[in-house]
Write a protein that binds this ligand. Structure first.
Ligand code: 6XA
Ligand code: ZN
Length: 343
């Protein structure tokens, strides 16, 4: 399987996230992608190639132009206001507040985000444009190269980012950008399977009223888990999109027995939809040793997830999302990919 990777991801190297009442070094750190890449090479998964540059048009197909413009200059504006620290928001336009865009960079950080765990750094813009290109290059290879599957080793991740919101370590929604690109190049129906531990709220929000992109997400129950305010089972889509959003929230402690049944149901929904192409939001923070998550999957379970996804027999783009057990992130990610390959 071909892997798409860019060292530009290292430019996203935040100093702090707000977590558990403390400012701590972010769990989402460069070593994650480096460990995945090392494992790809160690097992000989296949060639590793850099991304092409697709420009910003494909990004603007799923993100608002003002949001993209904000991200481009956010850190420069922050630096002019506060010095060379990472930019973090401090308050948000919650219930009862106006939804107008302030002039102040501090106000706009709050307007365009929904958490204080996602630092904007001097390198964020280059890292996120590169990460989107990694996803797009994988999509292009799938379409034009005729590969059965491609692995886009994206970092930063993307599935929490909505049309005009960043958070959860995500800025551009890489999997959504790639899915839309494939739609724009003739794929009539696209399915996205999100196996990251966290609900892919951004992907859901982007495609919620559309029947041409099916979104299926297996995740920690939002009553217990981030992002808390989306991801319930009764969110099934709206308008034309009614019936094309599938959430399977599961409680803390979920292990393979429960998880595998949910996976089979999700895969059956995708098979019934009859897509031309499948994208997988590949997070491995469902792992038992993940430091911020509470599922109990074992390393061997990822191999089986890959096998079951392969049974759909669809051209498949794997897009890296979360996973913070730094010592096992490579093993778990590549187990899933190798399980797919072997099937
Ligand atoms: C709160 C937790 C962010 C979750 C990030 C993630 N700081 N999403 O892994 O998939
Ligand atoms: Zn996650």
């Amino acid at each position: 399987m071909l892997t798409i990777y860019s060292a530009d991801h290292k430019l996203q190297d935040g100093k702090f996230e707000l977590i558990d009442g403390q400012l701590m070094p972010p769990f989402e750190r460069p070593q994650r992608a480096e460990n995945v890449l090392a494992r790809v090479r160690e097992v000989g998964l296949g060639e590793v190639r850099g991304p092409d540059d697709f420009g910003l048009d494909p990004v603007r197909r799923v993100h608002d132009a003002d949001f993209v413009a904000f991200l481009r200059t956010a850190h420069d504006e922050w630096r002019a206001a506060h010095g060379a620290t990472d930019a973090l928001p401090l308050n948000w336009p919650c219930r009862g507040f106006r939804q107008t865009i302030p002039e102040s960079i501090d106000g706009r950080l709050g307007y365009y985000s929904f958490d204080a765990g996602t630092p904007i750094t001097a390198g964020t813009w280059r890292a996120i444009t590169s990460s989107a290109n990694v996803a797009l290059t994988g999509a292009k290879q799938l379409k034009d190269g005729g590969d059965r599957a491609v692995f886009s080793l994206c970092r930063p991740p993307g599935h929490h980012a909505a049309r005009d919101l960043y958070a959860g370590y995500c800025f551009f929604n890489n999997v959504a950008v790639a899915a839309q690109w494939l739609r724009d190049r003739g794929a009539a129906r696209v399915a996205i399977l999100d196996v990251d531990y966290h609900h892919g709220n951004g992907t859901q929000m982007i495609f919620y009223d559309r029947a041409d992109v099916l979104f299926v997400s297996l995740h920690g129950h939002p009553a217990q888990e981030y992002p808390f305010f989306l991801g319930y089972e009764d969110e099934t889509g709206e308008g034309d999109g009614e019936g094309f959003n599938v959430n399977v929230p599961m409680r803390w402690g979920t292990a393979w027995d429960t998880y595998s049944r949910a996976l089979d149901d999700g895969i059956a929904r995708i098979a019934g939809y009859g897509p031309e192409v499948l994208l997988v939001s590949l997070g491995v923070d469902t792992f038992k040793n993940d430091p911020i998550s509470k599922f109990r999957l074992e390393s061997g379970d990822y191999t089986e997830i890959g096998r079951r996804v392969a049974a759909l027999d669809l051209p498949t783009l794997f897009v890296m999302e979360g996973g913070y057990a730094i010592d096992e992130i490579g093993i778990n990610t590549v187990n899933l990919l190798a399980g797919f390959e072997a099937a």
